[in-house]
Each structure stands twice: as C-alpha cells, then as structure tokens.
Design a protein around this ligand. Structure first.
Ligand code: DQA
Length: 157
C-alpha cells in the first residue's frame, strides 16, 4: 500500500558538501543555507498537509541506509545527491528497491550548463522527475511533485 502524506513524512536527502550551502561557491549555489531550505521544504509540504524528514550526509553509505529507511517508512523521497549523482551506483540501487515510492531529484544549479561530468546522473535513471537550475526553489517544486505523486491535494495556497 502506498503511504500517504497524512501518515508518513517526505524524506528529503542532501548529499556531500550541502552542509556548507551559504558559504560554498555562492556564485553557483546562492546564499541560502541548508537550514533555510529545511524551512522552505516544511512550508511546501504543509501546503499539502504533509511533513518532512530533512537530512544531510557527507557519506554515501549513510544515504543508502536512509533510502532503505524511506522505502519502509516514508511517503516519498526528494533527493539532492550532490556529487554522488554523477558517481553512485549504490544510491541508484538503493532507490531501485523503493518500488512505487515517488522520487524526485533536485539540483540547485543547472548541471547541464556546467562541466561535462555533471551532465550524467545515475539517480535520474530512477527518479520520477528531475529539477535542475531553479535554485533552492527547486526543493519546493520537488516537494510539491512528490506530494502530488503521493496522492495529496493542496490544502492551502
Ligand atoms: C548539485 C550539483 C552537483 O553537480 C554538485 O556536485 C553538488 C550540488 C546542485 O545542487 O546543483 O554538490 O547537486
């Protein structure tokens, strides 16, 4: 049975170096911090009657374990895999165990406008949707999409 936003949070996963948002290459990633993004995601989920479980790790294995947790306990996944997008078969494999779970991949920057090695994402092979180049607002779009895929209707503007 797919879980709904009424009974489970959306898992929001952030990969390596995203803990440094606000300080890290602000010309590319902007001035918002990860704490700001958490607030933005919580607001976006609340508009659909949902909540978020917001996490960040610099470790691939920890992200894999959190995806396995989401497979059992969450209504969907929003993931910014950061550099692991371009390298991690392990994260793709973990996402591929999440049958029927909505997954949306988000990148703050437009990875297609950047170095060639950023143009390919393993995670995109499983993601139901991919958002790139919308800045941190992309997280709100991703939450909205996961909420919609999880069957939630918007409850407030
Ligand atoms: C990123 C893009 C990746 O290529 C990069 O490694 C990141 C952040 C983004 O949000 O734009 O760490 O995922």
């Amino acid at each position: 049975m797919p879980r709904t936003l009424a009974d489970a949070p959306i898992m929001i996963l952030n990969g390596p170096n995203l803990n440094l948002l606000g300080q890290r290459q602000p010309e590319i990633y902007g001035s918002a911090t990860l704490a700001d993004i958490k607030v933005l995601c919580a607001k976006a989920a609340a508009a659909y009657g949902g909540t978020v479980d917001f996490r960040q790790s610099n470790h691939e294995g920890e992200l894999v374990e959190w995806i396995q947790e989401a497979r059992l306990n969450h209504a969907g996944i929003v993931i910014n895999p950061a550099a692991y997008s371009h390298t991690s078969v392990a994260i793709l494999d973990a996402l591929n165990t999440c049958d029927g779970l909505p997954v949306v991949e988000v990148h703050i920057s437009n990875i297609h406008q950047r170095e060639q090695f950023r143009h390919h994402s393993y995670v995109s092979l499983r993601a139901d949707g991919v958002i790139a180049g919308c800045g941190v607002q992309g997280y709100a779009f991703a939450v909205e999409r996961v909420a919609t895929l999880a069957g939630a209707a918007q409850t407030e503007a």
